[in-house]
Design a protein around this ligand. Sequence first.
Ligand code: MRU
Length: 328
Amino acid sequence: MRTIDWDEDRAAVRLIDQTRLPAEYEVVYCERVDELIAAIKELKVRGAPALGVAGALGVVLACKSASKGEIERAVMKLKEARPTAVNLFYGIDRAYRAAKRGKTPEEMEELALAEANRLIEEDIAVNRKIGDYGSVLLEDGDVVLTHCNAGRLACVEWGTALGVIRAAILQGKHIEVIACETRPLNQGSRLTTWELMQDKIPVTLITDSMSAVVMRGGMVNKVIVGADRVVKEGVINKIGTYMHAVLAKEHGIPFYVAAPTSSFDLEHGYEDIEIEERSPEELVYCGDTQIAPADVRVYNPAFDFTPFELIEALITEKGVFHTPIKLI
Ligand code: MRU
């Protein structure tokens, strides 16, 4: 099943609830835009490309409102769901631009849905191309470290960083993966291991703080991660990415970023971008168990910035761009 899609029969957004994995596989339906906004905030749907599709489908739900003014307000609320991944805004803008060509809310909904469906098909095709271009960088026997989840659960299907690995395996190469757990929300341990094991791709789980040891010990020969936003001077991605990039440089291990060009925002530098800060509870609790004093001061940014100097190449649907990366 696709990670996120439009359900014709229910006129709703259908998505895999990623907060329940790996313990439970549950599909949820959002019939109203406020339900989808809540799902985005709670990370039921997450990962930059999937957020792009969620944004576009959210506009379809917003068009169920009675007037153009209400639709506009709903679209604005949708834009506030999460600040960092540029794809959310890309998807919203595309669908809303298409919708605005309609005269009535019904026409607007139809036009937004057609555009959202185009975006869904594009996402699938783009991911396949990223995989094909990136797969030439992987050799038979490689062990690839990855962070967070840049797999099919972060896209409609296939994945960006994990799509590269899937494509290399399809070519007959033996590739193994080391998945970093990705504290505090554990997208690596909950989602990356789950989807790789579903495909019978060999994966070993480590804590984030073990990456130096596995790199120094020669247990990894490449790193591939995704991106939430590619800016002028580098890449914004899940917190912890920068640490792995610094370590990879120190140990002479190529560090790659796989991302669609819809994640590019080259007009901005990283200091212009709002890095989402999430709730202190994510660090104070592990499930229902309290693991820190309730009133401890917490710093919990969800993303960090990695400069191009630390990145060997960017893998996109338009090809592989090696360093020195000159995007502007
Ligand atoms: O907070 P999340 O889970 O939405 O963060 C996701 C990531 O950081 C991914 O690495 C990124 O979106 C690339 S997904 C292809």
